[in-house]
Design a protein around this ligand. Sequence first.
Ligand code: BG6
Length: 491
Amino acid sequence: MYTNKTTQFYDLVIFGAKGDLTKRKLLPALYKLEKKKKIFKNTRIIGIGRANWNNSEYSKIVKENLLNFLDCSLDENIWKLFKSKLFFYNLDINNTSCFKQLKKILDTDSNITIYYFAMPPNTFEIICKGLGDSHLNNKNTRIVIEKPIGDSLKSAKIINKKISKYFKESQIFRIDHYLGKETTLNLLSLRFANSIFFNNWDNKVIDHVQITVSEKVGIEGRWKYFEKTGQMKDMVQNHLLQLLTIITMSPPNNLEANSIRDEKVKVLNSLRLINNNNVNINTVRGQYSSGIVQGVKVNSYLNEDGVKKNSRTETFVSIRTHIDNSRWEGVPFYLRTGKRLPIKCSKIVIFFKKTPINLFNNSFINIPENKLTIRLEPNEGIDLQIINKIPDLQSEYLLDKVKLNFDYIHTFPKNSLSDAYERLLLESMIGNQSLFVRHDEVEASWKWIDSITNSWSSTNQTPILYKAGTWGPGEISDMIINQDKRYWDNF
Ligand code: BG6
């Protein structure tokens, strides 16, 4: 049986202890794991950064962060336990002797040691080298690294290769936080524990699939990162492609990390590449202009602090793609994601094919399709649209669409949905790699992304403006409505 009990001593060493990710995500998640009694008693959480803090100064700072970023109140008893695990170590990643000193406080021979790189990717190599040269990379050690792993296939390969000089693939945990969301995990049970879906999940029964990840926020001051990245590399290369692979992969042999990852890689390698000739009909790039998002007036992207006045970075992407294998031949997949859209929402909608004949032609000429909506966030749950007879005494069948609905809040009122980082930190401590991305997954996804971004630049495609607070450029309707005679699933 699957168990998530931790059984061994471990040290969690966080490089980038002073950074935003640590403050906003890692510390609150660790505190909540403490509250849920998931952290082993003798664990040490060692923050690493450039500061002359002693442990008690560090604890004070951590407490301030928790008070700012926890979405629940801070319980003093839990805090006492948590505080006893906190340590700080002043280390310059460019100075090899610092790593030698670090070795004196770590015991990688008997403890599991997890190094979390909450640092920009250009520091990964130097940290790995520091750890490697000081023999802090033996089989009891793991590294957890954050995206972006490169910005193209070429750079991703270079990063993977550099890291692999010091750590084996079984020691490397590449984070995509969408994989830690409860509703993403449930995609496996939905698909593979229910015979109705297990047996009806291919081009014979499915017409098309839509994946939408919309955000209300803009770039939140992260212009340095976003100007170079854009929505395509920030969201599609990782989160949307992960959702797409889980929803389309063939059943893995078992739930082992490599069985699942093997199937995901096959999908990524079957994604039809986009080229200069078809990039314009299969993709839409957008950039927000000023507008109103839920009653609040917001600036255009070009007026965000730090953004170049002639920036061509996209904040919205919509793509129609195909998976060239026998399961999905002929089924289009529509992806869309953007910032400054009307609401925050992630959902996957599976449109089933219509019935081959309409027996109810007299009373209902155009019977709608069955539609399975997986609400990843918010209002987490799943609903299935079916067609039902309206009860009455008329002899002809009057029909209407109805929904069979499941939502987490009502069905599992006592089980709150954990934050993705709680889950991922816990899994990295347990050593389960199935929720982390393997090197070949990263590379295969970049290969497809490169085909689009390279076609955008060689055809000189610029983003189309859309008003903040709307669903992106009108051109996305052209792709789905005019060309394909389908419609976007509305909210
Ligand atoms: C991050 C992106 O990976 O995901 C952000 O860098 C984005 O730009 C965020 O806002 C969205 O995550 P979530 O969990 O809020 O949907």
